[in-house]
Write a protein that binds this ligand. Sequence first.
Ligand code: ADP
Ligand code: MG
Length: 710
Amino acid sequence: MPVSSSDRPLAAASKNAAKPSPAQQAMRKLGLVRDIDLALHLPLRYEDETRITLLKNAREGDTVQIEATVTDCEVQLRPRRMLKITVDDGSASCQLTFFSFYASQQKAMAVGTRWRIRGEVKGGFWGRQMLHPTYKKPEGALPQALTPIYPVAHGLPQAYIRRAVASALQRVALPETLPEHAPPPIPNYWDGNALKPLLNLREALLFLHNPSPQVALDTLQDHSHPAWQRLKAEELLAQQLSQYQARQERSRLAAPPLQPTAQQAAIVSQLLAALPFSLTAAQQRVVQEITADMARTQPMHRLLQGDVGSGKTVVAALAAMQCIAAGWQCALMAPTEILAEQHFAKLVGWLEPILAPLGKQVAWLSGAQKKKERTAMLEIIASGQAALVVGTHAVIQEQVQFLNLALAVIDEQHRFGVAQRLALRQKLAHAKLEPHLLMMSATPIPRTLAMSYYADLDVSVIDALPPGRTPIVTRVLPDSRKDELIERLAAQLAQGRQVYWVCPLIEESETLDLSNATATHAELSAALPGVLVGLLHSRMSPAEKKAVMQMFASGLMGLLVATTVIEVGVDVPNASLMVIEHAERFGLSQLHQLRGRVGRGAVASACVLLYSVGDSGKLSDNGKERLRAMAETNDGFEIARRDLEIRGPGEFLGARQSGAAMLRFADLEQDMALLEWARELAPQMLQQYPRQAQQHIERWLGSKAEYLKA
Ligand code: ADP
Ligand code: MG
């Protein structure tokens, strides 16, 4: 990355490059490397040290700064060792208490010395008191501005970061990046005396680091002050610019147009005709969107979104078939062995009858497979005999050489990292081409996130479930009613229904008293004589997992005790009951994914969320909210919206997905107007002021910018 003059590393850090001090290390950990990083490291809050208050005017509970003389200083031993100092400022006296102190402190604060002391005043029987106040020599004039308190990490003192920020602010170059004629993000504002135009970045930063004491503190605290608005607008603009830029760069890349001739396309129709169902209108629509994208000479970058069970797999199969028909290869990658295996079985069933007469087949790649099988697979992938390659992460390994990969499908894309997506895209780099990319996810993206984080993505939505599904009834029960539940399950199992029982952990953990899948398996086997109870957890080998899944899918096994390995994508339509133990421990979208394993057939399905109140005797508010949301709705979009509300976007997207470039200052809900402004300006700015746009992105995202593009 080019280093501009304002990106110089801190002088202090480079002088001592051999062995950075703990404070320097802590700063680096916080990402405070360039001057601009420090300038954008804004205070959490402020302290007012601009005034001296007379003790007689200080009310109980006020945090004040006083200047007073020590009149008494003694160490008390009872009820515990403490330093008691009495000070007087001429208007009244106050007692200072220190529980931890050094002998040097006791010596320094001798009777007759004068101090500037800051702390919270408490009243009481013994008169005014301050507990562990800060104090310093009353030297120098009082500061003119509020004192900033910065976010710090372990080993980074406030005084150190304050100095570092102040000197960075002096050095840093802050050229205006907003185009001169761009509309301002906020209208002129009233500063108490006059109507003022937007602050420039330097003014806004100087102000936020050292605001004048007259400012209404709450406008700083809630980030509504115009200086904050300016900063948030800049941040959102940087994010939008980087997204649009990624889109532009992508549009300059070339992809093989996948437009089969009418004769070639016959195999797509053949697949459609062979399916045991006809596509829903929603599926037809998204297939058309994808078909059109793939026919272009620019790489597709599309997210296929559809609630669990909405039928995304068949859409992927049709896209694959179009790719194959045009004479190219397709790869499909899934996050777990179980899921990849299921896809493989399904796709072999659908595609091979059509591909076999053409001398083509579906290849399988997994980390667990035998060397010999793997070598054979690598060969047919390299020769092009494998028209479709299905697998886990194994698909993106270096040894995997495609003859002509043109379409990459990533299922449950949120489970993959940015690097993995990039690796897949590079599988066609030798031909100076990019494959088309189709990502699939059941986790819907709320509108605000779609607007801000996915400006670089086209989205297709399957918004209706296949016909004949019955809604899942969800019940929330305390685990004290587990026995009663098991009795009812026995009756259901006797009628031939199949049940999933999900446990959170495999091994007993001392700290988290979670039920143990193995113990649960034993318990349920004993409680349900005559029922074949299976066990599935992540420590089992792929072959063992496969055997268990097959038995469950065949209907022989009535109940399957599983850890969250079954979370994504598993498809056994006859399973109609789901019990989730310790449901309070799961995240909302995880619960929704799990619940989506049932409700896939025509029988009415149910999901029971068992919760445990643990030692505290009650559920956390957060846990309560999640369980309530699950009981109230089956709609994935509504679930995602509430999840966003409960967790905030950072956690929602997860660092893996967001490329670690989360918004620090702006709040998507609250700052919608600023987001709209940034969305409008970004594409114009890239076109008409590319240099400023670049400068702006570097300022805000620095080295993270690359990461955002995948
Ligand atoms: P998801 O979107 O969660 O990946 P799947 O692709 O696994 O969903 O589909 C769920 C189930 O619905 C599968 O058994 C699939 O065969 C079936 N299915 C898909 N499309 C239709 C349809 N149009 N009509 C009936 N069943 C369908
Ligand atoms: Mg799926």
